[in-house]
Design a protein around this ligand. Structure first.
Ligand code: UD1
Ligand code: CA
Length: 419
């Protein structure tokens, strides 16, 4: 089936309503750019023929695309029909179904798109819309149906009259087209609307007048339809996606004591029987082993790797650091750019001073070391196996502590060598 399907992803838009310099599709949802979710759909459906239409700050957006996706640049943002038109020359020799996806629609599920494609192809339709019934349709295009309940067009919110504004069936923005019919309709679209834009949604009225077959699939989960145009919609999408992420983790055997106050990035890997306490923020690119206790009030940032049986928190930040199994970092502290071995005890208030004002430096703490409360480790520095630091010690730059040795004071000096 997928050989005869091409996808056009529209991602050229500026973020006017977001009031942002950053392209809308790069704003993060669960610590991941919004665009990533739409890309997952096409990878998940194994569709090979994919064209992304980029515009506003396209160099930055392009970095998020994987190889194999073709790119066209829409220089002037003249509307969604214009954007699709830009991609059509790349489909010159293609025959089949064109699926249009909007990159600001991150909550759609793969199964829904699969259902839409299946319905479109099975019934040999010319256009199939993914629609949704919503309580508050403001902002969305409304689906217009004739007295036989056939779809005869879409009216955009800005152009709708009072009667049309009451229509609760909306256009999600996702449409499947027969390619030749799409090409025909695009040529006929005119910017006859308040925004003076070429609307993709006008193709539906054009195809209806031509006697084409138009139908719809209605979305099962209302939350899938959310289009992100503003910061509040971004926050709403984040919270819906967070629920999905947390739910999936719980189903895979992780305890999340209070999902509503636990923020975990998309794609974070956590081993079974780990417990996450409230007010924990875990960003993307973090891996946590089995049987760990994380939180409350812990911030795990990018590049954090935790082994098994680790207790981390309360009140702790870890970034770009790997920590091996059995280590305790139970209260207060900052660990950055560090490699910590097995069964290490990190006392309350330990701080790794990884930044010297110019660059970040590395700290290594070897197996079974004991770091006393309130120790400052000024990087780069190494703490040997089974070495100890006294409470309040400041281990200065490059003053590596050999295996089995105890250091105390400011600056730290050796007081005891172990047998
Ligand atoms: C659009 C639909 C509306 C639907 C809603 C669903 C149109 C005319 N309207 O409205 O019926 O209910 O989505 O969320 O299509 N884009 C470009 N180039 C452009 C303009 C837009 O690539 O010139 C991209 C944007 O980056 C975005 C997508 O197309 O990803 C949709 O554009 P947007 O302006 O957000 O459309 P809506 O007003 O939300
Ligand atoms: Ca939108």
């Amino acid at each position: 089936m997928n050989k005869n399907i091409a996808v056009i992803i529209l991602a050229a838009g500026k973020s006017t309503r977001m009031k942002s310099d950053i392209p809308k599709v790069l704003h993060p949802i669960c610590a991941r750019p919004m665009l990533g979710y739409v890309l997952d759909l096409v990878y998940g459906l194994k569709i090979k023929n994919v064209i992304a239409v980029l515009g506003h700050r396209h160099q930055d957006v392009r970095k998020q695309l994987k190889p194999g996706i073709k790119v066209v640049i829409q220089k002037r943002l003249a509307g969604t029909a214009d954007a699709v038109k830009m991609a059509m020359p790349l489909l010159k020799n293609f025959k089949g179904t064109v699926l249009v996806l909007y990159a600001d629609n991150p909550l759609l599920k793969k199964e829904t798109i699969r259902k839409l494609l299946y319905y479109h192809i099975k019934n040999n339709l010319d256009a199939t819309l993914l629609t949704a019934k919503v309580d508050k349709p403001a902002g969305y295009g409304r689906i217009l149906r004739d007295k036989y309940a056939s779809i005869y067009g879409i009216v955009e919110d800005k152009d709708a009259d009072d009667f049309q504004k009451d229509i609760q069936e909306i256009n999600t923005g996702i449409i499947c087209f027969n390619k030749d019919k799409l090409a025909y309709a695009l040529r006929a679209v005119r910017p006859n609307n308040l925004k003076k834009e070429y609307y993709l949604t006008d193709t539906i009225g054009i195809l209806y007048k031509k006697g084409c077959l138009i139908d719809s699939v209605t979305i099962p989960d209302i939350n899938e339809a959310l289009g992100i145009n503003s910061r509040s919609e971004l926050a709403k999408a984040n919270s819906i996606m967070q629920k999905r992420v947390n739910e999936e983790l719980m189903q895979s055997g992780i305890t999340i004591v209070d999902p509503d106050s636990t923020f975990i990035g998309y794609g974070v890997k956590i081993g079974t029987d780990t417990t996450i306490y409230p007010f924990t923020v875990i960003e993307s690119d973090v891996k946590i082993g089995k049987r760990c206790f994380i939180g409350p009030f812990v911030h795990l940032r990018e590049g954090t790797r935790l082994g098994d049986n680790i207790t981390a928190g309360n009140f702790l930040e870890i970034v770009r650091s790997s920590i091996s199994s059995g280590t305790f970092l139970k209260h207060l502290g900052y660990i950055g750019d560090s490699r910590i071995g097995r069964n290490v005890n990190i006392g309350a208030g330990t701080v790794v001073a990884n930044f010297d004002g110019k660059k970040k430096n590395t700290t290594v703490i070897n197996d079974n070391a004991f770091i006393g409360c309130d120790t400052v480790l000024v990087a780069p520095v190494k703490i040997g196996k089974s070495a100890r630091t006294g409470a309040g010690a400041v281990v200065t730059k490059n003053k590596n502590v050999p295996d089995g040795v105890t250091v105390v004071g400011v600056p730290a000096r050796i007081i005891k060598k172990r047998e």
